[in-house]
Design a protein around this ligand. Sequence first.
Ligand SMILES: C[S@@+](CC[C@H](N)C(=O)[O-])C[C@H]1O[C@@H](n2cnc3c(N)ncnc32)[C@H](O)[C@@H]1O
Length: 210
Amino acid sequence: MSSKKGLKDAYSLKTPKDNINLYKIWASSYDDDFAKKNDFRSPSLISNYFSQYSHSMDFPILDVGAGTGLIGEEMNANNKLELDAIDISPEMLQAAKLKNCYSKIIEADLTKKLNIENDSYGAIVSAGTFTHGHIGPNALDELIRIAKPNGLFVITIHSKFFVKSNFKQKFNEIKNQITNPIYHEEHAYGNNPDKDHGQDTVFIVVFRKK
Ligand SMILES: C[S@@+](CC[C@H](N)C(=O)[O-])C[C@H]1O[C@@H](n2cnc3c(N)ncnc32)[C@H](O)[C@@H]1O
């Protein structure tokens, strides 16, 4: 099967198993054929917003749906931060590991209960994972459980997926557990010719666990 995969393939996934199968094929070409070619902005946006909102207590950090480690490259090129990667795809995680930006690599399904203790992480970051065909609002429950009190969240949520999957209702349900979310709407791509998705936007959602 061709390793040339794209947003159409990613957005039409239905299950975690579908994700494992797609990213197994896509891992080797994802950085060059997808991220660089389309100027995928979400990892650098997350890095920039994290710098804007974080303080010295917001560690260790968990990169949720870390994939090939683009957030790690942006945030931790000198490998000075304690940054862990979690993802369902062993092939994507292998690519992330080779970048030497992560302290720990965790293979897990974010739609299930995670084998991580309560109150473990001072920050949760994520790019491109709360989106069509990937993980939905309910994954936030486990992430809030494993975040430390006052832990910082800086995550992208695809703006159309936000509406389709009713994140508004989810944020309303969890409002007693988190601070009021702040939303920054940004273009996900600087240069993506895809006529259906090239102009897609994401919300960079920022909040803290209470
Ligand atoms: C579009 S990629 C984003 C990767 C990286 N964060 C980036 O910005 O390039 C989405 C990632 O979510 C992961 N993923 C999808 N469903 C998942 C699940 N149920 N549990 C854990 N990871 C999942 C995929 O394996 C993939 O690496």
